[in-house]
Structures are given as C-alpha cells and as structure tokens.
Write a protein that binds this ligand. Structure first.
Ligand code: C5P
Length: 312
C-alpha cells in the first residue's frame, strides 16, 4: 500500500443569485426571516488547501486586494470550525489556503460564503473526515446563511435565514449577464437600510414563491423574467442610486429583466439565450454604467473537488 501523500486539494465553487428574495422582520437574533430561491451561476472561485507548517491564506484574482487574509476571512472560520470538529487545534490547523477569485468581491453573490463552503469540502477530503453532506451543511450554516447553498448549488428554495434548503427543479439552462459595480456593499448595512426604509410599518410577511417555482420548472426565461424579485433591491438602490441607471441600461440593452443580486451591488440580467446574453453584455459594457460585465449560466453544481491527486 502506498503511503498517504498530502498533496493539495482544489475545490471549485459557484456564485449565487437570488431569483426571489423576500425579507420578513428582524428576529431577536438580529437575522431576518427569509423566503428565497437561489440559483448557482457559472462564475466560480477555486480554493486549494494543503498541509503546511505555516498556516494562512493567500488570495489571487480580481478584487484579491480587498479580501481579508486573516481570521475574518470566512474560509478561515471554516478551517477553525472543522479543526475543532475533528479534534485538531484550531490555532494550529497546519494548513494553507489559496483562493482564486472569479466571484465578485462584496458583490451580493456569496463570494465569501463560497470560499468557506469550498474550504469545508476540501478539508473534509484532506483530513479524511468523511463527514456526510448533511452534517457538513449544518457546519456550513454556523459560518453564514449562504454557505449551505454554496455547498449544494443548483437551484434551491431557502427558508429560515436562508440556510434551510430544498432543491428546486429548474428545466434548461438560464443565461445571465452580470454587471459588477465599482465598489462593494456590506450585507448588514443593506439589511439595516431596508429596516430603516420600512420604519415601523409591518409586520412584514414573506411573499409567495409558487409562480416562480412553476416558471423554473417550465424552463421559460420570459415567464421567469416577470417573476424575479428582491426585497433588498430598494435598500441597495437607496445606498447606491447609480444602480437604478445600471438596471435600466441592462433592459434597454435587450435583457428580459434585471435585479440586484442579493444585497448588491452586483446586478443580474436574465436573457433569452446565450447569443442575447453576449449582445447585452457588449452593449452594457459600452454604456459606462458599471465596472465590468460577465456572461454566466445557471444552474451549475455546488462546491466540488476538481483535483484530488493523492496516491492511495
Ligand atoms: O449569515 P451572514 O453572515 O451571511 O449574514 C451577514 C449579515 O447579513 C448578518 O449579520 C445580518 O446583518 C444580515 N442578515 C440578515 N438576515 C439574514 C441573513 C443575513 O439580517 N437572513
């Protein structure tokens, strides 16, 4: 039998967009009750973990400069939690993480959550913990509301604070154009702005989602476009009034509909097909309303190992 060689493990993990996000009132724990439909998109990060005497994180790719490399990085929270879970010293976990960013940083597309999900899956393999998907999802929820979805991918209905998931049938592939803003937005500030805008109106229930689920099952982007909605959009636009122009420009460029993704400021535009998405992306990038533009498809799988070259 060959000895175990601790070679690097790399996990690819997708961004998400919320096709529907209805936000209820703040709970005593400070989180808001949600009903949301997530879709995983083909903008991805890659996280590589390897055994190392010098623990730490390095970050490469677009926006890498604004990603923390210390304990506030959610991927490092994942390392610490899994170390504790498996009886290792969380202060000396003996691993290094390398993160390659393809998901917009602080963009409302769960980039930080994605890296945490990827770190969980990679370490589960590197340390041979054999923790099942359900238990890994419970650990993921302790890190952040979006982390379980980053593990699961596809299209899913999320309730609670977004961490309780049921997979949803989505026929065909949907084609998206993603417009990145010049600066990020912090999620707590956007929820706070929604509370401020709502004032003491309420209570706020969570909206109906069945028509959107039917549109997903039919696979018809025109039907889906009519039903996209995000309660956080008004708050994100209030904090970044320029997003109004971006949303308008995407529809003028030929998208079926545009929404702010999650807490923003990234905007996501649904298009009829890939050719339309390429045309909308080209026109939008010439309109000068955003920093950069990407074309993406969804749904795609959740976090998965793309290299596992250990000899065993
Ligand atoms: O769970 P996560 O760490 O991603 O949440 C970041 C912040 O977003 C929370 O601290 C909270 O302010 C806000 N949030 C919320 N209700 C949710 C999810 C997030 O108020 N359901």
């Amino acid at each position: 039998m060959l000895s175990v060689v601790p070679t690097p493990i790399t996990v690819r993990v997708p961004a998400k967009v919320n096709l529907h996000l209805s936000v209820g009132d703040a709970r005593p724990d400070g989180y808001h009750e949600l009903v949301t439909v997530f879709q995983a998109l083909s903008l991805t990060d890659e996280v590589t973990v390897q055994t190392a005497d010098e623990p730490g994180i390095e970050v490469h790719g677009e926006g890498a400069d604004s990603v923390p490399t210390g304990p506030s990085n959610l991927a490092w929270t994942a390392v610490r939690l899994l170390a504790e879970h498996s009886g290792r010293d969380p202060e000396e976990p003996g691993v290094r993480l390398s993160i390659r960013k393809g998901i917009p940083v602080a963009g409302g597309m769960a980039g930080g959550s994605a890296d945490a999900a990827a770190a969980l899956l990679a370490l589960n393999t590197l340390w041979r913990l054999e923790i099942g998907r359900d238990e890994l999802s419970d650990i993921a929820a302790k890190i952040g509301s979006d982390v379980p979805f980053s593990l699961q991918g596809g299209t899913a209905l999320g309730t609670g604070r977004g961490e309780r998931l049921v997979p949803v049938l989505a026929r065909h592939t949907f084609h998206w154009v993603i417009a990145l803003d010049r600066r990020g937005l912090e999620t707590p500030g956007v929820y706070g702005e929604l509370d401020r805008l709502r004032g003491d109106t309420g209570p706020h229930g969570v909206g109906e989602v069945e028509p959107l689920l039917e549109a997903l099952a039919s696979g018809d982007p025109r039907q889906l476009a009519l039903l996209l909605g995000n309660d956080l959009q008004s708050a994100a636009v209030s904090l970044r009034p320029n997003l109004r122009r971006t949303l308008r420009a995407g529809v003028e460029a030929g998208a079926l509909a545009g929404i702010v993704s999650g807490s923003g400021p990234t905007c996501a535009f649904l298009c009829t097909d890939n050719d339309a998405a390429v045309r909308v992306a080209a026109e939008l990038s010439g309109a000068g309303v955003c920093r950069t533009v990407r074309v993406a498809q969804g749904p795609v799988p959740g976090a998965r190992i793309v290299s596992d070259e250990r000899a065993d």
